[in-house]
Design a protein around this ligand. Structure first.
Ligand code: ATP
Length: 516
């Protein structure tokens, strides 16, 4: 097969589904992974159509039976297969404008736990070969593709998405399965926190005054006008619409992550202010020749008010026609919950925070790989080795592998060679820490990369830390897709594992025969 063969590349995330061709730099479409169900049998896909329906429903305030459903669960795993099939057909028809039978398909999946991986892969094979009739299929593990597309065979891929943050250590082209960590505190969680915070402010304002310009007890609100938001009840359409309109703007313009833990930052600025007050007093004492001279309260207040954490940021909350004014500290606080969820509720612990799980992933990778690489090899089988189609392999096509002997095939892409090399945890730490790839749209929050570096430098003080994150917003948003495009464009088809319908049918027949 020619390696210049055009194919379709699709990435199904929990927030977005991205689709396009491997011979273009940008995807053909970026659509919501969720869909609108109208009545009992009408499905609406695509951002514009969904927005139009949702806004029309809101404007008319009708009782029309309209609901938003997801196709991917809170762990990032697709579950609504019949709708995913319809969604892919919609993408082929309206966006790619080609027939699934005409082009090979590349699907990008997150790293899945082994017990789930086989089931999910079976569903993808069934979807591709039975429902869509694609001629050839390749399944690519997203973090692996991201690392390899950046020319790295060892890396720590930190993907901050909507349903969760996935931390995937990759060593010698292999996902270290036992060390993959996931935090559920990510974009969706921030949506919830932001809604709560903003609604609290609006409610407080509403209760505190009916006058047109009021500052509430916390100094939250500057300007108020008419409040149109009369009802508190929100259905799935409202939640989806808000997440894709004002909450998205709020995240882009208001959220920021501090480069150190928030209490530490507060202490730092407090100490700075105290130091400045002392300096001013010393100056005054020197100039007045009075050793007792003190700054007056106005001067002290002015220094204290210079605290950067008190600086205001404004956001136009169109839903109730208000400008909401938050202090920098409050903006930091919202994003800080990703690193320290225990500040939100006793139900969560700091161990669920991003810094902790990144640290754990690295330590576990060090321990797994250095124990003579056995875990890593096991992980390789379960996480789908990429092998030449014409190689006699004991893997079945769903990634089951009971025999590790074929894992060191040199033709393979992303195949580990650790089995024979003794490595120390320190070597793995250093390799991962100098190759940290930060990706996913939630990582676009201001200051995220610096904070990740800070979290790691406190946990691994003696190591050099290097992060790689695309500085172009769109590139970071579609990095999973573009990396899969790069993988599908590898110089030879032989380098990657492509399955034909015949492979799939042979596998199915083989399994059926074994059962008999
Ligand atoms: P997952 O990785 O969970 O499967 P995904 O890959 O579909 O999700 P991403 O596009 O990586 O999703 O992330 C989507 C999340 O990022 C949403 O919660 C969205 O609100 C948020 N987001 C998008 N742009 C920004 C931005 N500029 N700043 C902060 N957050 C953003």
């Amino acid at each position: 097969m020619s390696h210049h063969k055009k194919c379709v590349v699709i990435k199904i995330g929990s927030h977005h589904t991205i689709a396009g061709f491997n011979n273009t730099e940008l995807p053909q479409c970026i659509l919501p992974s969720s869909y609108l169900k109208k009545g009992s049998d009408e499905y609406i896909f695509g951002t514009i159509s969904m927005l139009e329906e949702a806004i029309a429903k809101k404007d008319k305030d009708t009782n029309e039976n309209l609901e938003v459903f997801t196709t991917v669960d809170e762990n990032g795993i697709p579950y609504n297969w019949s709708v995913i099939e319809q969604q892919l057909k919609y993408i082929y028809d309206t966006q790619l404008k080609c027939d699934p039978q005409d082009l090979p398909l590349v699907i990008t999946v997150p790293h899945l736990k082994s017990e789930l991986a086989n089931k999910v892969l079976e569903r993808y094979f069934d979807l591709a070969f039975t429902k869509l009739n694609v001629p050839v299929l390749q399944i690519i593990i997203e973090p692996l593709a991201i690392a390899l597309a950046m020319g790295k065979t060892s890396a720590l891929v930190i993907d901050l998405g909507s349903s969760g943050c996935n931390v995937t250590p990759i060593v010698d082209g292999t996902v270290v399965k036992t060390s993959v960590m996931r935090s559920r505190f990510a974009g969706d969680f921030l949506d919830y926190r932001i809604t709560q915070r903003v609604e609290d402010i609006v409610k407080k304002k509403k209760n505190s005054s009916s006058s047109s310009e009021v500052i509430d007890a916390e100094g939250d609100i500057n300007i108020s006008t008419e409040d149109n938001n009369s009802s508190n009840y929100k259905d799935s359409v409202d939640v989806w619409l808000e997440a894709n309109t004002w909450i998205h703007d709020f995240k882009m313009n208001m959220l920021q992550v501090s480069d150190k833990e928030l209490p530490e930052l507060e202490r730092f600025y407090k100490e700075q202010a105290e130091m400045q007050i002392r300096q001013q007093e010393q100056l005054q004492q020197y100039s007045t020749n009075n050793a007792e001279a003190k700054l007056d309260s106005a001067a002290i207040a002015s220094i204290q008010n210079n605290n950067p954490l008190l600086q205001k940021k404004n956001f136009l909350y169109k839903l109730s026609n208000q400008t909401i004014s938050l202090e920098s500290r409050q903006c930091y606080e919202l994003a800080e919950s990703l690193f320290n969820p225990s500040m939100i509720s006793d139900k969560y612990t700091k161990e669920d925070g991003l810094g902790e799980i990144i640290g754990k992933a690295i330590k576990k990778a060090g321990a797994s790989v250095s124990s003579v690489g056995t875990n890593t090899i096991g992980a390789l089988g379960a996480s789908m080795t990429i092998q030449p189609m014409n190689t006699q392999s004991k893997n079945n096509i769903f990634g089951n592998n009971n025999d590790n002997s074929n894992n060191n095939n040199n033709n393979n892409v992303g195949i580990n060679s650790l089995g024979t090399t003794a490595t120390t945890p320190e070597y793995i730490y250093s390799m991962l820490l100098t190759n940290i790839i930060v990706t996913g749209s939630t990582s676009l929050i201001n200051g995220m990369e610096q904070r990740i570096i800070k979290e790691l430098s406190t946990r691994f003080p003696q190591y050099k830390i290097t992060t790689f994150a695309s500085q172009i917003t769109m590139d970071r948003k579609i990095q999973g897709w573009t990396s899969s495009v790069s993988m599908s464009n590898l110089p030879s088809w032989e380098l990657a594992k492509w399955y034909t319908k015949a492979d799939y049918e042979k596998e199915l027949n083989g399994e059926a025969a074994n059962e008999k």
